[in-house]
Design a protein around this ligand. Structure first.
Ligand code: MN3
Length: 200
């Protein structure tokens, strides 16, 4: 069994009141865990069963015989990444080199926030909004369902999960309010800056 559910980087109630322990209980404890369990069934006894999660995602991406493996592995990777994109007392403004790159790409962090929110709110149905680096340039993209920038050779810097399971218990149908709270109170800019430092 190669893939395990990673530990959350904080206590399940640490993001309250913006993201409740109840939501974490279902989102991490049920949804994320189910992707891990499903993936382990799909890779058992195959050459991928001792491979790291990134390798499984890339091996399954674009392979029509491995759609289930792609969906479950990408969701495992996306969720693990998403938990680190938040921290207690997060939000505020990016600093240093990251702030410079954001200014360059979007014309300031307020403009970035507007465009990121528009991508998250405008994603029809289930999916994700991302800040990515590609060829040294920052971009905002959104992906449907399990799709991930990892499969598009983009370096993920930040993501927000906009599947209904990510926000419905706390925000019901108000996805824009969830994304605003994510930006104002939850984003872990130190994690984003560390991802940028590793980007090619
Ligand atoms: Mn989710």
């Amino acid at each position: 069994m190669a893939i395990t559910l990673p530990q959350l980087p904080y206590a399940d109630n640490a993001l309250e009141p913006h993201y409740s322990a109840k939501t974490i209980g279902f989102h991490y404890g049920k949804h994320h865990k189910t992707y891990v369990d499903n993936l382990n069934k799909l890779i058992a006894g195959t050459p991928l069963d001792d491979k790291p999660i990134q390798e499984i995602v890339l091996a399954a991406a674009g392979d029509s015989s491995r759609v289930g493996m792609f969906n479950n592995s990408a969701q495992v990777w996306n969720h693990t990444f998403f938990w680190s994109c938040m921290k207690p007392g997060g939000g505020g403004k990016p600093q240093g080199a990251l702030a410079g790159k954001i200014d360059q790409a979007f014309g300031g962090c307020e403009k970035f926030a507007e465009q990121f929110k528009a991508a998250a709110v405008g994603r029809f149905g289930s999916g994700w909004a991302w800040l990515v680096a590609e060829g040294g340039v920052l971009k905002i993209v959104s992906t449907a369902n399990a799709d991930t920038p990892l499969a598009s050779k983009q370096t993920a810097l930040l993501t927000v999960d906009v599947w209904e399971h990510a926000y419905y218990l706390d925000y019901q149908n108000r996805r824009p309010d969830f994304v605003q709270a994510f930006l104002d109170h939850l984003v872990n800019w130190d994690f984003v800056a560390a991802n940028l430092a590793k980007a090619k």
